[in-house]
Design a protein. Structure first.
Length: 201
């Protein structure tokens, strides 16, 4: 049964990042004006209210992704506004100080990538580098560390979703170019650093 909650305080188009941190939802960036592209809102289920963070991100980030690490919010990648240039930068938000800082950059720029915190480690998968779709996978285990390249995905694409299930990371759907929408379900085993395929959706 669906239950209606408070509407967002700012209209946001697609291509934003969404994650949960300390029991609250964080919605970051997206396609729109500077207020939207740099802005982040959070939802408190106890008060049923959305509020905008007091500080903006340092870059506009349409087609971005978000997750969390070490009790902080991470917003990674995206696309430069008004062009095809992709971003490799990571921005980190500290809920205690309410300040943003830059974190370790991706080895290569990406928009439309998928992010997940799995077992206290962040994985960035796929995306578009401005010239084509990617199957690259990167791992970040600490905010003061660097992204490490892991086994690539079975297929290139962006817009896919990641979920932790049965101790592994599942990559579902996405866009593989030319208007083709993927029905694939691929499974990554972090311990073996290997991929396997599940039946298509």
């Amino acid at each position: 049964m669906w239950e209606e909650k408070a509407p967002k305080s700012t209209e946001r188009r697609a291509y934003n990042g969404l994650t949960v941190l300390n029991g609250e939802l964080y919605l970051a960036g997206g396609d729109g004006d500077e207020t939207i592209g740099k802005g982040v809102q959070k939802y408190n289920p106890q008060t049923n209210k959305w509020v905008s963070l007091p500080a903006y991100m340092q870059q506009q980030r349409p087609i971005t992704a978000a997750t969390h690490l070490e009790e902080k919010l991470l917003v990674v990648g995206g696309r430069m506004v008004g062009g095809s240039t992709r971003l490799a930068s990571t921005e980190i938000y500290d809920p205690v100080t309410e300040q943003w800082s830059y974190g370790p950059e991706l080895p290569s720029p990406r928009s439309g990538l998928a992010l997940i915190n799995h077992g206290g480690v962040v994985y960035a998968m796929g995306g578009h580098d401005g010239s084509g779709y990617s199957n690259q996978v990167y791992q970040l285990s600490a905010l003061d560390g660097q992204w490490v390249t892991k086994a690539p995905m079975n297929n290139s694409g962006d817009g896919h979703k990641l979920v932790s299930f049965q101790g592994k990371i599942w990559s579902l759907g996405g866009n593989t170019g030319g208007g083709t929408i993927s029905k694939r379900a691929d499974v990554y085993d972090p311990l073996a650093d290997s991929w396997s395929s599940s039946p298509d959706m």
